[in-house]
Design a protein around this ligand. Structure first.
Ligand code: KDG
Length: 315
């Protein structure tokens, strides 16, 4: 297995008849969760991924599980929870830069995950562990699970990729800052947005932020500036890699997860860091071109065409 990821995936309901929930009578049912968005991005690019989670032992949980399995992700470590329901969220997309979400996930099945749910032998098979700052925000036991999965990854030589994915609706700013800084200090590769770096360190300058993350122990920091592109920092190098232009952003949700999938894919393919970030920018841009949290994520051919690389070249 190349990558193992852990976190909550929910049913997503999007108003159909009006972009606003208050006027909507019909909703489309999709799925969304940062970690499975990344997993789908990776399987579409040909990588082997396992997802650790819990879903409710209910209709939503069962359809979610078959969907994730259908996208080629290993779900053998996903448990069906009888005592709690599958999480749910509503997403209003008013325009490409105006999206509102409403969560119904408190006490969800995934929020009951605990360290005893982790199978060390399974995690040890992967090269990378992907985690986000959403999971520790779900409950105290989820926070403990993330700390434990990090310990397991370190003990078994996996590289830890951490996307802070700050979700202010899920916890207090004080708690979020403390935990995100704690996890960032344990990760090898960190993928914050500049706004998240600013939230964590109170600094706005990208170079200073990159250095602060490196000083905490990261080997690679990739600092995102949205559509403009991203900086990468290592102890020896710093560079800005411009993003790809898209005419219109249709749905921005999941762009960061596409970016993370592009980074991990590039690292698995052992590309130079500049190419890793270029691929990440491209996957992130493509994720914004289709309604849904992951539906726009490309396969290799779509990615090659978007990046305008010659046919036959291994990208
Ligand atoms: O990054 C996109 C995710 O935010 C979305 O798919 C839903 O995981 C989700 C969340 O917690 O908001």
């Amino acid at each position: 297995m190349d990558v193992v990821t852990i976190g909550e995936t929910m049913v997503v309901l999007t108003p159909e008849s009006s972009p606003l929930m208050r006027y909507a009578h019909s909703y489309s049912r999709k799925f969304g969760g940062a970690e499975t968005n990344v997993a789908f991005g990776l399987t579409r690019l040909g990588h082997q991924v396992g997802w650790i989670s819990k879903v409710g032992d209910d209709e939503f949980g069962k359809s979610l599980l078959s969907f994730v399995r259908g996208e080629g992700v290993d779900v053998s470590e996903v448990k069906l929870e009888k005592t709690a329901q599958t999480g749910l969220y509503f997403k209003e997309v008013r325009s490409g830069d105006n999206v509102r979400v409403q969560y119904y996930r408190k006490g969800s099945a995934a929020s009951t995950m605990s360290p005893s749910d982790l199978n060390e032998a399974y995690i040890a098979k992967a090269k990378y562990l992907h985690i986000t700052g959403i999971t520790p925000a779900l409950s105290e036991s989820c926070y403990e699970t993330i700390i434990r999965v990090i310990e397991i990854a370190k003990a078994n030589g996996l590289k830890i990729v951490f996307d802070p994915n700050l979700r202010k609706k899920l916890w207090s700013e004080e708690q979020a800052r403390k935990v995100l800084l704690e996890i960032a200090a344990l990760a090898d590769i960190i993928l914050p947005g500049v706004d998240e770096g600013t939230f964590m360190f109170g600094e706005t300058d990208p170079e200073t932020l990159g250095q602060l993350f490196l000083d905490q122990g990261a080997q690679v920091v990739i600092l995102k500036t949205g559509a403009k592109g991203a900086y990468y920092f290592t102890k020896d190098e710093m560079q800005f890699v411009p993003g790809f232009k898209v005419k219109t952003v249709i749905d921005p949700v999941g762009a960061g997860d596409g970016f993370a999938a592009g980074v991990i894919s590039g690292l698995l393919d052992e590309l130079p860091l500049e190419e890793v970030v270029k691929r990440a920018n491209a996957v992130g841009a493509l994720a914004t071109q289709v309604v849904g949290d992951f539906e726009g994520l490309p396969d290799r051919e779509e990615l090659r065409q978007f990046m305008c690389e010659p046919t036959g070249e291994d990208i």
